[in-house]
Design a protein around this ligand. Sequence first.
Ligand SMILES: Cc1cc2nc3c(=O)[nH]c(=O)nc-3n(C[C@H](O)[C@H](O)[C@H](O)COP(=O)(O)OP(=O)(O)OC[C@H]3O[C@@H](n4cnc5c(N)ncnc54)[C@H](O)[C@@H]3O)c2cc1C
Length: 332
Amino acid sequence: MGQNEVFDVTIIGGGTTGLFAAYYATMRNLKVKLIESQDQFGGKVMQFFPEKLIYDIGGYPDVSGDTLVKQMIQQVNRHQPVMLTKTWVETIDRVDDHFVLETLDGMQHVTKAVVLATGSGTFHTKKPDNWDDLPFPEYRDSVATNLMDEDKYEGKDVVIASNNRQAIVWALHLEGKAKSVTIVNENDKLQQTREEDIQQLESSDTIAYNAATITNLVVDNEQLTAVEIKDHNGQVVKLKADYMLAYYGLALQATPFDAWDVALNKGRILVKGDMATSVPGIFAAGDVVQYEGKTNLIASGYTEAITAVNKAHKFIDPSVTEQLYSTVLYRK
Ligand SMILES: Cc1cc2nc3c(=O)[nH]c(=O)nc-3n(C[C@H](O)[C@H](O)[C@H](O)COP(=O)(O)OP(=O)(O)OC[C@H]3O[C@@H](n4cnc5c(N)ncnc54)[C@H](O)[C@@H]3O)c2cc1C
């Protein structure tokens, strides 16, 4: 992929909306690039609720967040668009009849049309201050910041490091599955808890709670074996651990819409039914858009992605048919 290779449509944001837009655009034979800032696709679904069941997507009686995203990646790979991760789009400039997108790594991406599927931005996992001293990168496989691939916790000792309610949600989810679940929090109380959460925690025989600071991760042969903690009396204890789950909240890095010149309404991109932004050639879909009757749901993002891609296609080539049936396109 040369720096100046021209794509038909470049989609910014690889959440569920961007993934579906990328699939749909390649299904319509467009040359597509998808750019995502995180190291994984799936957006909010993967960052907030990969383990939760979703019940409001047509065709799925229920589906967990990570299964949905895995299936979407399988779907988008059918036509193999160019898909980049760890790439943050900083600027979008119109140059002659193309757009040039510049990313934080200094690369330029040239495209005839753009679809914005950025949500409000991207979320980064917060960490306690002393964690920079802990040997995380080396033991990344043993430390997770969301509850994906939860079968790996079956019969294992799990430590949950958190200062808020998420610890209880995860602990209850793993109760009966993991061999042991121990919550470690600096304080006696987790933030944002409800009375019923405390009752559920107290009535559990298998979930333990420690008010302590994590002082080290004990590792044998690149595998986590224990989490060392120090309680308020200075006593140091090693908790047996195969895995550690950590959650200290998420911080939003907002997408630089102001620099992209698109008209906004309350921080979201103003569109009408055609998903066109105020800049000709730039379309938008998903949680990022605002219009009368907008719902922030995964399924709404899918429909908006179809419209945005079809309109982008028409922008590039006014002679194309706006809508095509997949049953007709594939004929199988
Ligand atoms: C707790 C919770 C529960 C929910 N439950 C449901 C539910 O049950 N059913 C349902 O339908 N919906 C639910 N939703 C809503 C659903 O998650 C969203 O509607 C959906 O995820 C929006 O997808 P999106 O792709 O539009 O945006 P996002 O998922 O926000 O994806 C945007 C992507 O763009 C990337 N990005 C942003 N800026 C840039 C940039 N400058 N460069 C490169 N990449 C960038 C981000 O990293 C991110 O991956 C829930 C939401 C939350 C928070």
